[in-house]
Design a protein around this ligand. Structure first.
Ligand SMILES: [Zn+2]
Length: 292
């Protein structure tokens, strides 16, 4: 049995050992086959454009896919057919997902799959894992991540960065970190099984500064100016709009926060509680208008 070929049957044509840090496999009866993901994982690298068996490029893997399964384990599937690689970098794949088609791209003498398993960057003998699970350890001390607020989950790290293509919602709570990429986190409730990607910047409880309608105006300051009278870059008009609320983007101190206004862009504002300004978890007033 094979869990890396679609037909589930394989023939080993070259074993692991010496300078050969992987295992060579063809389909049953020397047939070619679709190559499938050994386990749930994240595509951390792949190539899909090497047209031929070409040693001169130095690209010995040819077209390949490398998956990160967490806890230091990676699997690599090499020599695939150009254009057949069906996954992209950053994508999360489930066990059994078709990755590409067996071929002889890269440094290869014939059409086959060169399969590798790495643990913490070291290539280990993959023979016993062809039809069994990777030895992922279940340690209660594995890295966890506490979500303070509900956040969106995305297909890949790039999507999480750009806040596009949401695929899941995570409620506040404790999660395992499956892996990290580009400053984004893949979090999961089931250790060793990938979840979706989140943007850690989303994991902050929102706060709002509220400016009451009792104030005619309220000064705001450029980020590079000391927030004292005469340094202001503009004035908001809370009275005119029945009070104004803004999301707190950053707390410079207990009394000075950064906000984004439609009229003046990103500015700092003094939290004058003596004038009735307040900071709350929910906005007290409209956030639509702010022209000063
Ligand atoms: Zn090989």
């Amino acid at each position: 049995m094979s869990r890396i070929l679609k037909t589930k049957k394989n023939l080993v044509t070259m074993a692991f050992g010496g300078s050969h840090k992987g295992i060579d496999i063809v389909g049953h009866g020397y047939s070619l086959d679709d190559i499938i993901a050994h386990s749930d994982g994240i595509v951390v690298d792949c190539k899909n454009t090497y047209k031929a068996c070409d040693e001169k490029t130095g690209a010995s893997y040819g077209n390949f896919v490398e998956l990160d399964h967490g806890q230091g384990y990676h699997t690599i599937y090499a020599h695939m057919k150009a254009g057949s690689v069906a996954v992209t970098k950053g994508q999360f794949v489930k066990k059994g997902t078709v990755l590409g088609y067996m071929w002889n791209s890269g440094r290869s003498n014939g059409k086959h799959l060169h399969f590798e398993v790495k643990k913490d960057g070291v290539k280990i003998d993959p023979t016993s894992y062809i039809d069994s699970d990777l030895p992922l350890l279940v340690k209660p001390s594995e890295r966890k991540y506490v979500l303070k607020t509900a956040v969106a989950g995305y297909m890949n790290a790039n999507n999480a960065k750009k806040h596009i293509q949401q695929v899941a919602t995570y409620q506040a709570g404790e999660y395992y970190i499956f892996c990290e990429s580009q400053g984004m986190l893949n979090i999961t409730k089931t250790q060793g099984v990938a979840g979706a990607w989140i943007n850690p910047n989303d994991n902050v409880e929102n706060e709002y500064i509220n400016i009451p309608p009792t104030l005619e105006t309220c000064r705001v300051y450029r980020l590079d100016q000391v927030p004292v009278a005469s340094n202001e870059c503009g004035k908001l008009a809370p009275k005119q709009y029945g009070g104004l609320s803004y999301k707190v983007l950053k707390k410079r101190s207990e009394k000075v926060v950064e906000i984004h206004t439609n009229s003046f862009g990103r500015v700092q504002i003094y939290v004058g509680t003596e004038n009735g300004l307040s900071i709350t978890k929910q906005p007290l007033y409209t956030t639509q208008y702010d022209k000063g």
